[in-house]
Ligand binder design. Structure first.
Ligand code: PLP
Length: 446
């Protein structure tokens, strides 16, 4: 066991050391992969070292390296090694956090971590939370709580939710799963800064009220996936308070920016959320899968998700039973990685790393603005900058594809204001300013 374990650790460390020299994305050939990895399940045992070799040579190299210093596509996941070790320990001890009896130590760590995140985001002390696999499940969890609080737990047909057309698609999917019809979500056109305008929400609400419908919830985004834009949270909170709507904030990407002064200023009003989702596996540098849901009203998660059963009668009571706060009964030790890495590195390192991500995108914006043939379409916001090369939409896709084949850096594309744009998401603390400079130079010649 030790020999194999050390082998795995060595391979992980070698991989992390080699990262800057690897292509950030390596495509796989479906036929070749299936041929190397498939076949019927072997009836007989085989040499574990050879099986591990197959894993390291034929499985793990194919895909995106979200923690690569020049992976700028979509949202990266610049994880950290302490978090990796905590995940290994959680797996090795097969930590269970569904009940207090099942894992009092790890459940306490989860309470601690959730409370750290709550405090950072400025929600009141009695607010509660739970860790989940990521933003998508977090949104289902949060909106189920909202539905419980405001609609008695049912997707009342007249209830209406408001979001901008820049909101992440997981919000619409969550509402769908929760039984809301597509027309119960108003996807309002964002303003010229790609934000949800409170006046547009107000106007849509008035139309709905006049038609006998019931405005129920605003989904505000704190850091959109496309451009990093932050909806005007304080103003939307005001509107929600005035009209009795639930304010859900999707901070899956951007909420961790509260750690640094520039981010905190951009996220003013975050603390007024009724529910909030953020993803430590994005901008808090954790390995997948780690999302967090925070809910202002104490006890609401339990009112939404409490699970009972005769077979659970021996494991009730105690400080907390996390099975009662989300859809998972059997759940592992997700909190350990964030807790351990904050303990080891200190929060100041996280603050610096987040500020650096913001500064890298600003650096890219300055460079692009000064270069003929480039247009900045959305200025650097929370670590994302969107821009266009002279030419049509196909030209932007061609550059992204060519960069993929070139293998030096991975930008991605999105659509803003009806036009395709290139974007860089620069949240990896291992990214250097030279990495950004060389990436921009490369995009010009591919
Ligand atoms: N919300 C936003 C703003 C996101 O950027 C993302 C993912 O990028 C999600 C939600 C979904 O999160 P996950 O991929 O962890 O399910």
């Amino acid at each position: 066991m030790r020999r194999l374990g050390y082998l795995v650790v060595d391979r992980i460390v070698e991989h992390l050391e080699a990262l800057p020299d690897l292509p950030p994305i390596r495509a796989g050939d479906a036929g070749a992969l299936r041929a190397a990895l498939g076949g019927p399940p072997p009836e007989q045992p085989s040499d574990p070292e050879r099986a591990l070799e197959l894993l390291f040579e034929q499985v793990l190299p194919f895909g995106q390296l979200g923690d690569h210093p020049r992976f700028f596509a979509r949202i990266g996941s610049p994880s950290n090694y302490v978090g990796v070790l905590a995940d290994a320990a959680a797996s090795g001890f097969n930590v269970f956090t569904g009940s207090w009896t099942g894992g009092a130590g790890a459940a306490t760590v989860e309470l601690v971590v959730v409370d750290w995140l709550r405090e950072l985001c400025g929600l009141p002390g009695e607010s509660e939370g739970v860790l989940v696999s990521g933003g998508s499940t977090g949104t289902i969890t949060a909106l189920a709580a909202a539905r419980r609080a405001r609609l008695g737990g049912r997707p009342e047909p007249g209830a209406v939710v408001y979001a901008s057309d820049q909101a992440h698609a997981s919000n619409a999917r969550a509402l769908d799963v929760l039984g809301f019809a597509p027309e119960q979500l108003r996807r309002l056109p964002a303003d010229t800064a790609f934000r949800l305008a409170p006046a547009a929400v107000h106007e849509a609400m008035m139309v709905d009220v006049a038609a006998g419908r019931r405005p129920f919830c605003v989904v505000a985004t704190a850091g959109t996936t496309s451009s990093g834009a932050v909806d005007p949270l304080a103003e939307l909170a005001e509107l929600c308070a005035e009209h009795g709507l639930w304010l859900h904030v999707d901070g899956a990407y951007g909420a961790p920016a509260v750690l640094c002064p520039a981010g905190r200023a951009a996220l003013r009003g975050l603390e007024r959320a009724d529910s909030l989702v953020l993803d430590p596996h994005k901008w808090l540098f954790q390995p997948y899968e780690l999302g967090c849901v925070l809910v202002r009203e104490p006890g609401l998660l339990e009112r939404t998700f409490a699970l009972t059963g005769d077979y659970l009668r021996d494991v009730t009571g105690g400080e907390v039973n996390f099975r009662d706060r989300s859809l998972q009964l059997t759940r592992g030790g997700r909190a350990l990685k964030l807790w351990l890495s904050i303990r080891v590195f200190g929060l100041a390192a996280f603050r610096d790393a987040v500020a650096r991500g913001i500064a890298l995108a600003e650096h890219a914006e300055v460079l692009l603005s000064a270069r003929p043939g480039w247009e900045v379409v959305a200025p650097a916001q929370l670590g994302i900058v969107c821009f266009r090369r002279a030419g049509d939409d196909e030209e932007q896709s061609r550059i992204a594809d060519a960069m993929g084949r070139d293998g030096f850096a991975a930008p991605s594309t999105t659509v803003l204001g009806g036009r395709a744009v290139l974007r860089l998401c620069t949240i990896n603390p291992r990214t250097t300013f030279a990495d950004v400079e060389r990436t921009i130079e490369r995009m010009e010649i591919v």
